[in-house]
Write a protein that binds this ligand. Sequence first.
Ligand code: DQA
Length: 142
Amino acid sequence: PLIFVLNGPNLNLLGTREPEIYGTDTLDDIAGRLEDQGQALGIEIDFRQSNHEGHLIDWLHEAQAAGAKAVLLNAAGFTHTSIAIHDAIKAINVPVVEVHLSDPATREPFRHISYVGMAAKLCFAGHGAKSYELALDAAARF
Ligand code: DQA
């Protein structure tokens, strides 16, 4: 089984980006741990990041074409703005798990709407980098 892990804008800067909110792990640190966890679960991980909305949409389509079992998606800022990403999640029959390091629901009001969450099957938020590990454990059982 194959699981895509898709990361949106500014997550390439994890480690130095607002560490008081997002922690000090880099995206490579997170990818490495998911890789190990995937190996233990017998799941192949395809881990990607882009600052471009269209790439995330293309990759959601690709997840379906590749026969992925699930997608973990941290759409970052696009979570709260992108109807196109919402539509892409609805357009594929691969279950999507929403992931956030922080808990957007307890932050600024503009983060309280999640267009991703309205289309996703599950959400893990507020556990820092552990949100990804919890999401992978859940998705492995789909
Ligand atoms: C985030 C939360 C979003 O509100 C924010 O725009 C991000 C990161 C998180 O992982 O906590 O870029 O998705």
